[in-house]
Design a protein around this ligand. Structure first.
Ligand SMILES: Cc1ncc(COP(=O)(O)O)c(C=O)c1O
Length: 398
């Protein structure tokens, strides 16, 4: 069996670190708001070169609270992409706003700045106040085109709230220096769902920002709108980061760069070994460094490749088989099939291959061998219907 992700191997690297921290937490019974939370926040802020990081309960909390803290609410529209996990749009709705979609770049899979510009220029908006913010998604760990999106945001006076839930440690070269994904816009939102590059042992998330006003509002909102124990400025949420999750995250953060480096090595190997195959591997750009949360290939024979992998005990996944504008939960937004052809085409052709820091070279070779055998002319494997059946990798929720 070749696993999509091996969390047990990751855990074995951090056990002694975490056990020491857990002993302190249990001794102090500081399960809520223990000192490990502020410690992790400071460490992650330093890692991102962001002024502030506020730990929250999940990536969805991070997006919702960052949007509310940036002043987004009822009557506002927030522009994002259909090619993402549902939480991106759900958080916009939870903040009281209306999501609207623009299509993705056919080569990169992230928000197409040209589509964004034409949508804004056309001026046919979907809510009373029109667009107030953009949520670019750094999908699969690949940073969106932040330079171009930033220019457009400036021109139309929109906030940029990054969905960096899949992009811990990804970077983009901008204005003469490398910037960390999630620390470029007004706020960046991270998920620490266990399967992420930086994953907790349960639910967790964080907002990164250089804006003190946003930081203070998120800080209040995550903790029932509290100013002091019994004084509440807002009706906030219970969206705090657990102390024990913060302890796990601190231990893993020390290893994140090494783990991401190994992911990049595996991605390069896949790219090299698949170069002459009739499929697309993720585009490589010199000024963008993906964290390869997922390694996603595209092929018209996706279903046949997927079946061959599963038959050979190789876990794989589809992220995501249904673009958001076609999800039943978002039907009320009024979109139809055909509205975002690039996103729809990606959903029909993408396949996520196993990639994780503890994956062996021999496993990478085996995955490639299986793909190659299936793409050879003799292969005429029937197409399978349900893309989320048994054997599908489940640790990459988003
Ligand atoms: C792109 C994206 N946005 C948002 C989320 C939501 O994060 P969480 O599951 O921690 O709420 C995820 C991950 O699950 C994600 O991948």
């Amino acid at each position: 069996m070749i696993k999509f992700l091996d969390l047990a191997r990751q855990n074995s690297e951090i056990t002694s670190d975490v056990e020491r921290k857990f002993a302190q937490i249990h001794h102090n019974t500081s399960y809520i708001d223990g000192p490990q939370v502020a410690e992790f926040e400071a460490e992650f802020a330093a890692y991102l070169s962001a002024r502030r990081v506020i730990g929250v309960g999940s990536g969805t909390d991070a997006l919702r609270l960052a949007l509310i803290a940036a002043g987004i609410g009822a009557g506002d529209e927030v522009i994002t992409v259909p090619s993402t996990f549902i939480a991106t749009a759900a958080a916009i709705i939870q903040a009281g706003a209306t999501p609207s979609f623009v299509d993705i770049d056919p080569m990169m899979g992230t928000m197409d700045p040209r589509a964004l510009a034409s949508y804004l220029e056309a001026g046919r908006f979907r809510s009373k106040n029109g667009p107030r913010a953009i949520v670019p998604v750094h999908l699969y760990g690949l940073p969106a085109a932040m330079n171009e999106i930033g220019e457009i945001a400036k021109q139309f006076r929109l906030a940029v709230i990054e969905d960096a839930c899949q992009a811990h440690g990804a970077r983009i070269f901008s204005a003469g220096r490398w910037k960390m994904a999630g620390a470029i816009g007004e706020a960046g939102c991270f998920s620490f769902y266990p399967g992420k590059n930086l994953g907790a042992w349960g639910e967790a998330g964080a907002v990164a920002t250089n804006d003190e006003g946003i930081a203070e509002r998120v800080l209040r909102l995550r903790n029932h709108g509290r100013m002091s124990h019994f004084a509440h400025q807002d009706c906030g949420y219970n969206a705090r980061l657990d102390t024990i999750q913060a302890a796990v995250l601190s231990a893993k953060l020390k290893r994140l760069d090494a783990w991401n480096a190994r992911r990049r090595e595996i991605a390069d190997t896949y790219r090299h070994l698949l170069i002459d195959c009739d499929l697309q591997t993720p585009n490589h750009l010199d000024d963008v460094e993906s964290s390869y949360h997922l390694f996603v290939i595209r092929s018209q024979r996706r279903d046949a490749i997927r079946q061959a992998l599963l038959e050979n005990q190789i876990e794989c996944g589809i992220h995501y088989p249904v673009p958001l504008h076609l999800q039943p939960a978002l039907r009320s937004l009024g979109y139809n099939a055909g509205d975002f052809p690039v996103s729809e085409n990606w959903s029909d052709s993408i396949l996520s291959l196993p990639i994780h820091p503890h994956m062996q070279d021999a496993d990478v070779t085996q995955v490639v061998k299986t793909i190659r055998s299936c793409l050879e002319p003799k292969a005429s494997t029937p197409i399978v219907g349900n893309p989320v059946s048994t054997g599908e990798a489940s640790f990459a929720r988003g």
